[in-house]
Design a protein around this ligand. Structure first.
Ligand code: ADP
Length: 189
């Protein structure tokens, strides 16, 4: 049983996942798992897509690499895909959204190729990540949060911090109730 929740922060590249995940980790003490970094550091890549200038991630290797941390609980998974992580690992999925004109500026600043920029713009406009999250996880654990301006980040992170506090309180109550149940069961025997 986890005593801290696991949270996915997902969305199209450039929407603000890392900005949110870093502030959330700072505010809660949860561990930020940047999947881009981890895939490289823990040898979970399977070559490079030169056209899109990204690593191709070997998903099986990645899941094996992060499983111990996910089972222990208390991680923030930061990646532009979410449906590969087992449902049983995940307590909350936050899909960060961004207005497409703002996203265009952010991605242009990264000097993405035209193809990569177009693909990501289309994905955001078509809400691909939100649909992926809703298909893969129970509706009630998927939350869509908009991140257009600087103050949105603090407000969004504040909401998630509150959610983490509530999750921990509920989890304490659940554990207490379970322990009571066991004790009562023992008396009946
Ligand atoms: P991602 O991890 O989704 O690729 P980042 O967190 O790296 O996105 O953010 C991309 C860029 O957008 C960064 O320069 C970041 O400072 C900026 N940014 C993120 N969120 C906001 C926001 N709410 N308002 C203004 N700029 C933002």
């Amino acid at each position: 049983m986890r005593t801290s929740p696991n949270i996915i922060i997902t969305g199209t590249p450039g929407v603000g996942k890392t900005t949110h995940a870093e502030l959330l980790a700072e505010s809660t003490g949860l561990q930020h798992l940047s999947i881009n970094k981890i895939s490289e550091e823990r040898n979970c890549t399977d070559g490079r897509d030169e056209e899109l200038q990204t690593w191709i991630v070997d998903e099986d290797k990645l899941l094996d690499a992060i499983e111990p941390e996910c089972l222990a609980g208390g991680v923030i998974i930061d990646w532009h895909a979410c449906d590969l992580f087992p449902k049983s690992w995940i307590d909350l999925v936050v899909v960060i959204r961004c207005d497409s004109t703002l996203l265009y500026d952010r991605l242009s600043a990264r000097k993405y190729s035209e193809k990569k920029l177009d693909e990501n713009m289309d994905a955001e406009i078509m809400q691909v990540l939100l649909d992926e999250a809703r298909d893969a996880y129970d509706e009630e654990i998927v939350v869509e949060l908009w991140s257009n301006e600087g103050e949105d980040v603090e407000a969004n992170v504040g909401r998630i911090v509150q959610w983490v506090d509530n999750w921990k309180k509920d989890s304490g109550r659940r554990d207490g109730a379970e322990a009571d149940g066991k004790e009562k069961g023992g008396e009946d025997d």
